[in-house]
Design a protein around this ligand. Structure first.
Ligand SMILES: Cc1cc2nc3c(=O)[nH]c(=O)nc-3n(C[C@H](O)[C@H](O)[C@H](O)COP(=O)(O)OP(=O)(O)OC[C@H]3O[C@@H](n4cnc5c(N)ncnc54)[C@H](O)[C@@H]3O)c2cc1C
Length: 422
């Protein structure tokens, strides 16, 4: 293989580039935006005068593919990995607080210690989680786990919404099962919450670009690919902003664009077509530190609008997932509402500090059975469109995982393998 052309510079495209560079295959990546990273990026916000992540992203130490990616690109130290798994929660209605604290090893003895569990739960509630192994594709998260009382409402529901970005009443239980298997199912050691020290780009994007650049991997930004030209079962050119980019006989293409773009480049490709928003509200934290827990910590919030609060450098950032219903709420009104939640959780002043509301409208595909059935494999173009030198990547392809960092990186690796196999 002389060169692989990668369309899209999100984590899927980056991980394909890294996997190909490991095999000494040169790559050129075409990214429509001004920087790589896609839905997982950092940028300088002039009004807030600080660097922000587009949204808080949580990795778990059990996300093996993501951890291996970080190790390959030399960025593992850019992520904070705590020694133990701790998930603190606050119920905004009752004021109750608790911390879920699984032990590190695979034998879950923490379940025998009531203060490490969710208040009001019994050991047998946790054992019922085993039913996730047997769920069929049509079973929803709420149908599978909704009967587990406080364990569901105070832990499983918020975790499922965060992992699947979809309301549990419609979210596919199988996708949650895949997450649980790789994390909680492996013991507390695999559940340690990992956050970037500086920002998403500093951990997941810039080190990958540097690593690839040293191995004949190029990035061209501001380069939207508008179409592909095919001849005799091969892609022979990409339509770039300045004209055609030739794809030579010994060259291949990885389409690592989002689900809503792929069918415009490859007509007929199945792809999820229903999406969920994630909202992030970043409040400037200068002067608030006395009322906040230390930088690098987070808190799960129940009973309000805010779902997770992260204390970061210069900001306290709130995430609200599965947020389509909030897209029409005006920024100021939403910020006031969420600030009230934060004040109930922490000792903060009444006056709201400057805030940036980031709405990622199509943050992920809806993790429903119907949408999961629309996910193609990396080699779909060869199998179904007779195109032998193009493969697919993206968190929406058939990784078996929800749309996550782990899923996106896995998809890039699968695409790189399919390129080599093709
Ligand atoms: C707010 C938010 C919070 C999230 N939180 C988490 C979390 O806590 N944990 C977690 O694991 N995951 C989280 N995710 C999901 C994770 O960010 C995504 O699954 C992942 O980043 C998707 O990567 P991707 O490469 O598949 O797609 P994208 O990031 O969308 O990359 C596709 C790239 O293709 C480019 N592109 C599009 N069209 C063209 C074209 N025609 N030509 C060239 N380039 C093109 C785009 O600009 C983009 O850069 C979150 C996502 C969001 C939005």
């Amino acid at each position: 293989m002389k060169r692989v052309h990668i369309v899209g510079g999100g984590l899927a495209g980056l991980s394909a580039a890294v996997a190909l560079a490991r095999r000494e295959i040169p790559t050129t990546m075409y990214e429509a935006g001004p920087q790589a990273g896609g839905r997982c990026r950092s940028y300088f916000d002039r009004e807030m005068s600080c660097r922000l992540d587009n949204g808080n992203h949580l990795l778990l130490s059990g996300n093996q593919v993501a951890m291996a990616y970080l190790a390959t690109i030399g960025a593992r130290d850019t992520v904070m990995i705590p020694e133990v798994a701790r998930f603190p929660f606050c119920d905004l209605e009752s004021g109750e607080r608790w911390t879920v604290a699984p032990n590190i090893g695979r034998i879950p003895w923490w379940l025998l210690v009531p203060r490490r569990r969710v208040p009001g739960t019994r050991l047998r509630d946790y054992l019922a989680l085993g039913r996730l192994v047997r769920v069929g594709p049509e079973m929803t998260v709420a149908a599978a786990l909704g009967g587990l009382g406080p364990l569901y409402r105070r832990l499983l529901e918020p975790l499922a919404i965060a992992a699947l970005n979809t309301r549990p009443e419609v979210a596919q239980a199988q996708l949650l099962a895949a997450v649980v298997q790789g994390t909680l199912g492996q013991g507390g050691g695999a559940c340690r919450p990992c956050l970037p020290r500086e920002g998403l780009s500093e951990s997941l994007v810039l080190p990958a670009l540097g690593w690839c650049a040293a191995r004949r991997g190029r990035l061209i930004t501001g380069c939207r690919i508008a179409g592909v030209r095919t001849e005799s079962g091969r892609v022979v050119a990409l339509q770039g902003p300045k004209g055609e980019i030739a794809v030579g006989p010994d060259e291949a293409v990885v389409l690592a664009v989002p689900a809503w773009v792929a069918p415009t480049l490859l007509p007929g490709v199945p792809a999820p077509d229903a999406f969920e928003a994630i909202l992030n509200l970043h409040y400037r934290s200068a002067g608030l530190s006395a009322g906040l827990p230390p930088e690098g910590t987070f808190l799960g919030l129940l009973g309000g609008t805010a779902e997770w609060a992260f204390v970061k450098k210069g900001v306290v950032s709130v995430t609200i997932s599965a947020a389509n219903a909030l897209l029409d709420v005006a920024g100021e009104a939403l910020a006031e509402r969420v600030w009230k939640d934060l004040r109930r959780a922490f000792s903060l002043p009444e006056e709201m500090p400057p805030v940036r509301v980031v709405r990622e409208k199509r943050a992920t595909f809806q993790a429903t059975a119907a949408q999961a059935a629309r996910r193609p494999a990396a080699d779909w173009p060869a199998r179904h469109a007779g195109l032998t030198n193009v493969v697919l990547a993206g968190d929406w392809t058939a990784t078996g995982l929800p749309a996550t960092i782990e899923g996106a990186i896995s998809s890039g690796i699968a695409a790189a393998a399919a390129v080599r196999a093709g």
